[in-house]
Write a protein that binds this ligand. Sequence first.
Ligand code: COA
Length: 380
Amino acid sequence: MGTSVQEIDSAIDKGLEGIVACTTKVSSIIDATLTYRGYTIEDLAAKATFEEVVFLLWNGKLPNKNEAEALRADLVKNMDLKPEVVAVMKSLPAKKAIPMDYLRTVVSSLSMFDPDVSDITEPANRRKAVRLTGVMGALVAGFHRLREGKEILKPDPSKGVAWNFLYLLQGEKPQEDTARAFDVCLILHADHELNCSAFSARVTTSSLSDMHSAITSAIGTLKGPLHGGANEQVMKMLLEIGTLEKAKTFIEDALQNKAKVMGIGHRVYKNGDPRAKVLQKMSSELTAKKGIKHFFEMSVQIDTIMQEKKDLLPNVDFYSATVYYSMGIPIDIFTPIFAVSRVSGWIAHVMEQYSNNRIYRPRGRYAGPRDQKWTDIGQR
Ligand code: COA
């Protein structure tokens, strides 16, 4: 007697919804509250710098002044791309590459220049953590410069990751309030409990593979439109809609056609994503400042329609799209920017996994045919 398809479907929770797959002290989602190491995201967004958050994620405590300054300086030092890395970057077809593919490939290649590549002891992991987190923003910015036929720039050692990222990308010193707004974006995206890409990173780590492999896996996972890729799709949708008057019909048509509206809905948050609330306010202010408030108004209308019609709320990707757009960031690097921040969370998970590891090896319930009889190739 075989197992019926219905029995199999009911036995397996597709997408592992609600399954607790690890114990973590890195971050928590409880109803609509997100914390990193017990600190609420609202508090961190209002008071912390990205560098303080990185320290917190990796060490479980807030840094003192010297610790925060040392980490900032170390991260920024790693934004100065080494000639061998630039050589790899220049060997790749930046002009036609999909940005996340380019990033994934370059990050993977970094292992070949890292003296600690195979050393998975804690001191070596901490050194790699700083190198990988520092370099990520420089890779994304450098990629954009190269595809535009421009020179790769050097970071300002006196500034932080957010300021330097905007500078390396745009070639102009950003205004302090813009740099701070971007810093807040980095904070909001830094970690998110056992999200799809952090899970990927932990699975790779669980085989006792190395940090570069884990981060490369995570970048590949983040790329998908159901995860980090959604922010780009949101901005493309807003541009396609074009005007506030057209938003309602566009969304109604999308729902009629059973299409998903990007940036809306969440597996865990059913009462709203706290990050979206912070970003909504930022989007309102930044779009007004840039004279593109209609994109914010369209977003609010879409948000309202989705609540009314589907009882679904915006996630982190919804309002971050207009925030990044207001900063003049090219749409196709919205998702790579997610990696610039999330690498810090992935690394916190990687280190936690190493510290209490058992290989991830779940089961797949077999639902295919049984008792097959072999037929020789000439008889098929
Ligand atoms: N637009 C329209 N309908 C949506 C929707 C969206 N963005 N998100 C969920 N739904 C609907 C589904 O169609 C489904 O409806 P049904 O029960 O009538 O079939 C129901 O809500 C449950 O959705 P499901 O896809 O099963 O939820 P999930 O937990 O598997 O997926 C997301 C969660 C985030 C992947 C999903 O909401 C989504 O695809 N959102 C858009 C992509 C996105 O913004 N991703 C970034 C996440 S941070």
